[in-house]
Design a binder for this molecule. Structure first.
Ligand SMILES: Nc1nc2c(c(=O)[nH]1)N[C@H]1C(S)=C(S)[C@@H](COP(=O)(O)O)O[C@H]1N2
Ligand SMILES: [Mo]
Length: 235
C-alpha cells in the first residue's frame, strides 16, 4: 500500500505547476468579472487563483474557467446518461426530494489548504446510479460541469461508496454559486479536485477517462488517506 502523507511525487508536482500557470491566467481575468466577495485574491497564494471568501468558512475558491458559470434553481439540470438502462434528467427539486445524506469530513486540496470538519449534504451518487440501472459492461463514471471546462471521473466501485455524494448543501447552506452551486460533487475520501463543481452530467462509461487536472499529472486515484475517515483499503 502506498504511504499516506509522503512527499508529493513527481506527477503531482507537475500537476501543481500546471495549476499555477492556469491560476495566473485566471487571476488576471478574475479582477474584471467577479463580484466583490471574490476580489480578495491573495497575492501570497502560490497558485494565484485562490482567495479566502469572506464568510466562506475557510474555503478557497478554485475554477479553471474564466468566469463563474451560473444556473438558477429552476434552470439547473443534472443529466445521468451513458451505459445505463434509464437515462434521466433531474431538476434541483427532484434531487431535493430524494433521500439526503449528511456527513462531516475534512476538505483537503492537493495544494495544501484544508477545511476541517465540513458538513456536506446531498444525494448519494450510488442512489442515482441505482435509479439509472448501470449496465454490466460499465466500469466507470465521468462527471461534466456546466462551466464547459472541467471534468472528473471515478471507477464504479469508488462512485458507489457511501461517502461520495451529489452535494446540495455545504456547512448547512445551499452550495453557493462560487463553490459549485447549485449542485457539486463531493468525494470525501479523495483530494478536493475530484469534487467537481457546477455538476451537470454523470455519464456511466466503459472505462475511466482522466479528468481535467489528471491530464496535468495528478493521480486519477486521489485518495487523501486514512486521516479523512477512511478505514478501508484504497481500491
Ligand atoms: N468545475 C470545477 N470543479 C472543480 C474545480 C474547477 O476548477 N472547476 N477545481 C477543483 C479543485 S482543485 C478544488 S480544490 C475544489 C475547490 O472548490 P471550492 O472553490 O469550492 O473551494 O474544486 C474542485 N472542483
Ligand atoms: Mo484543489
Amino acid at each position: 500500500m502506498e504511504e499516506i502523507g509522503a512527499p508529493v511525487g513527481r506527477r503531482v508536482m507537475l500537476g501543481m505547476i500546471g495549476l499555477g500557470a492556469a491560476g495566473v491566467a485566471f487571476g488576471a481575468k478574475l479582477q474584471g468579472g467577479l463580484d466583490s466577495a471574490l476580489s480578495a485574491v491573495s497575492s501570497k497564494d502560490p497558485t494565484g487563483v485562490t482567495g479566502l471568501l469572506p464568510g466562506g468558512g475557510g474555503f478557497r475558491f478554485y475554477s479553471v474557467a474564466s468566469s463563474i458559470p451560473h444556473r438558477s434553481e429552476t434552470d439547473y439540470r443534472l443529466k445521468v446518461s451513458g451505459l445505463v438502462d434509464k437515462a434521466a434528467t433531474y431538476r434541483l427539486s427532484d434531487l431535493r426530494a430524494m433521500p439526503q445524506t449528511r456527513m462531516v469530513r475534512d476538505v483537503q486540496c492537493v495544494t495544501g489548504w484544508r477545511v476541517d470538519n465540513t458538513p456536506f449534504e446531498g444525494v448519494k451518487l450510488s442512489h442515482l446510479l441505482d435509479l439509472a440501472g448501470v449496465r454490466d459492461e460499465a466500469t466507470a463514471v465521468r462527471f461534466t460541469c456546466f462551466d464547459g471546462a472541467y471534468s472528473e471521473s471515478l471507477t464504479l466501485k469508488q462512485a458507489r461508496r457511501d461517502d461520495v455524494i451529489v452535494a446540495l448543501k455545504i456547512q448547512g447552506q445551499p452550495v453557493t454559486n462560487a463553490h459549485g452551486g447549485p449542485v457539486r460533487l463531493y468525494v470525501a475520501p479523495m483530494y478536493f479536485y475530484k469534487s467537481a463543481k457546477w455538476l451537470s452530467g454523470i455519464e456511466v462509461t466503459k472505462g475511466v477517462e482522466p479528468g481535467y487536472w489528471e491530464h496535468y499529472g495528478y493521480d486519477v486515484d486521489a485518495w487523501v488517506g486514512r486521516s479523512n475517515g477512511r478505514s478501508d483499503d484504497s481500491t
